[in-house]
Design a protein around this ligand. Structure first.
Ligand code: PXP
Length: 238
């Protein structure tokens, strides 16, 4: 099965914001990523808009002709933005406003009722839902009870252990994917995936629908060029 590559463009907005102007332009970057073969564009607007801004989400909507994925903590402001922009997919992430980046998945048992309520709102609006979870079978079971369409496996531990040569780290991810599939959910994955670790992940994780990659992909693009990098990811995801 083919795994889709969604390019997270938050880092392009960070670069733009560093100078206060509109260069690099995130719309232009999203268009080019799609021309070069990305299957989707992901953004993660945070409440302080320090990377991508809420208005970027609005401006990107008509430009993203692949799959548009908006990630974030479902505070009211975020829910309203997603319902207005109507992306193809919303990924719910339990991040604090001041967190540098996402660093854990949902406790799907503790927050079950909260998640059920929010997921229902998005599904009624025709938006596919995904929730960010650690590769923990109890959390995957809990996710299935929320009614979410998909889970996104949080891959930071895979990436850091793989870099140390601990390839067996992939096993809990594979088990989580198998269980999620048995429970009727699709499987996405993301965080710290890169050109070095993506092929082994893909080879060992069944039913992998989509990966979303930002930080490493942008750094690798500085070295090899974005067109080459997207092509390299696509080859590794076959
Ligand atoms: N998935 C989620 C939920 C994230 O928060 C992020 C980072 O914003 C990613 C995937 C992508 O991670 P990276 O930038 O390390 O590729």
């Amino acid at each position: 099965m083919r795994t889709k590559l969604s390019v997270n463009i938050n880092k392009i907005a960070t670069l733009r914001n560093a100078r206060g102007g509109d260069y690099p332009n995130v719309i232009d970057f999203a268009q080019k990523a799609q021309i070069f073969g990305a299957d989707g564009i992901t953004i993660h607007p945070r409440p302080d808009e320090r990377h991508i801004r809420y208005n970027d989400a609005r401006a990107l909507r008509p430009v993203v002709n692949t799959e548009f994925n908006i990630e974030g903590n479902p505070i009211d402001k975020f829910i309203n933005l997603v319902l207005e922009v109507k992306p193809d997919q919303v990924t719910l992430v339990p991040d604090d406003p001041n967190q540098l980046t996402s660093d854990h998945g949902w406790d799907t048992i503790k927050h079950k009722n909260y998640l059920i309520e929010i997921i229902k709102v998005f599904k009624e609006a025709g938006i596919r839902t995904s929730i960010f979870v650690d590769p923990d079978l109890k959390m995957v079971e809990g996710a299935a009870q929320t009614g979410t369409d998909r889970i996104e496996l949080y891959t930071e531990s895979y990436a850091s252990e793989y870099a140390k040569g601990h390839k067996e780290i992939v096993k809990p991810f594979a088990k989580a994917a198998v269980l999620a599939h048995q429970l009727g959910m699709g499987i996405n994955a993301g965080h710290d995936l890169n050109l070095e670790n993506i092929a082994y992940f893909k080879q060992n994780i069944p039913y992998l629908d989509e990966v979303s990659i930002g930080h490493a992909l942008v750094v690798e693009s500085l070295i090899y060029g974005m067109e080459n990098v997207i092509r390299m990811y696509q080859q590794k995801l076959q």
